[in-house]
Write a protein that binds this ligand. Structure first.
Ligand code: ADP
Length: 188
């Protein structure tokens, strides 16, 4: 499914493995230590190879843990994507601890980092909806709204893809896209 944000800017929803994406950057649902872990983070470090962890380790040593909602870029290592943008999503604590704002910030900051790198395309996984426990049907509208907003003010980024790992996640994002106000869509 494609959502047009402006004539030349769009958000596309697809299913697949984000490590295979040919995009300027792919986003990692990282932990604060930027260490290889499970889920999409483990897959990205495995596919990209040790160069990513070397850069992550140096960044973490220099700057300390990455605060929730922020984003930093490293090489994409052996993957097609030139960069990995690491962003730390919120752990779900019931929704009254600022989780929605932190999740929106992950998407906004990641688009900003990609934009500053001069990239045209960026691919996101569904941040926080795995081990971090953010309910899918609540995360999807937050993610789509934050990306649509960030895309409107981006100078370089034109193509945002959500690479969703399973049918259930796709269903939640499709439902959120259909419900988004003022977001014209066409089926693909
Ligand atoms: P978090 O800790 O932020 O919740 P997870 O990695 O546990 O991150 O899960 C985030 C989402 O990424 C989940 O929907 C999970 O199914 C998905 N995921 C796992 N592996 C991949 C992959 N290779 N490509 C895209 N999405 C993936």
């Amino acid at each position: 499914m494609r959502m047009s944000v402006q004539a030349d800017r769009s958000i596309i929803l697809l299913t697949g493995d984000i490590t295979q994406q040919d995009a300027g950057a792919i986003v990692n649902a990282a932990n604060a230590q930027l260490a290889p872990g499970g889920g999409v983070c483990g897959a990205i470090h495995r596919a990209g190879g040790p160069a990513i962890w070397e850069e992550c380790r140096a960044l973490a040593q220099k700057r300390g843990p990455l605060p929730t909602g922020q984003a930093v870029a490293t090489t994409g290592g052996r993957m097609k994507a030139r960069y990995v943008i690491h962003s730390v999503g919120p752990v779900w604590h019931g929704g009254t601890s600022g989780e929605a704002e932190q999740l929106a910030s992950c998407y906004r900051q990641s688009v900003r980092v990609a934009d500053e790198l001069g990239l045209e395309s960026i691919a996101f996984p569904s941040i926080s909806t795995g081990v971090f426990g953010y309910p899918l049907e609540l995360a999807a509208p937050v993610a789509l709204r934050a990306v649509a907003e960030a895309l409107r003010s981006a100078r370089n980024v034109k193509d945002v893809r959500f690479v969703l790992f399973d049918a259930e996640t796709m269903k939640a994002y499709e439902a959120a896209a259909k419900a988004a106000p003022g977001a014209p869509q066409r089926g693909e």
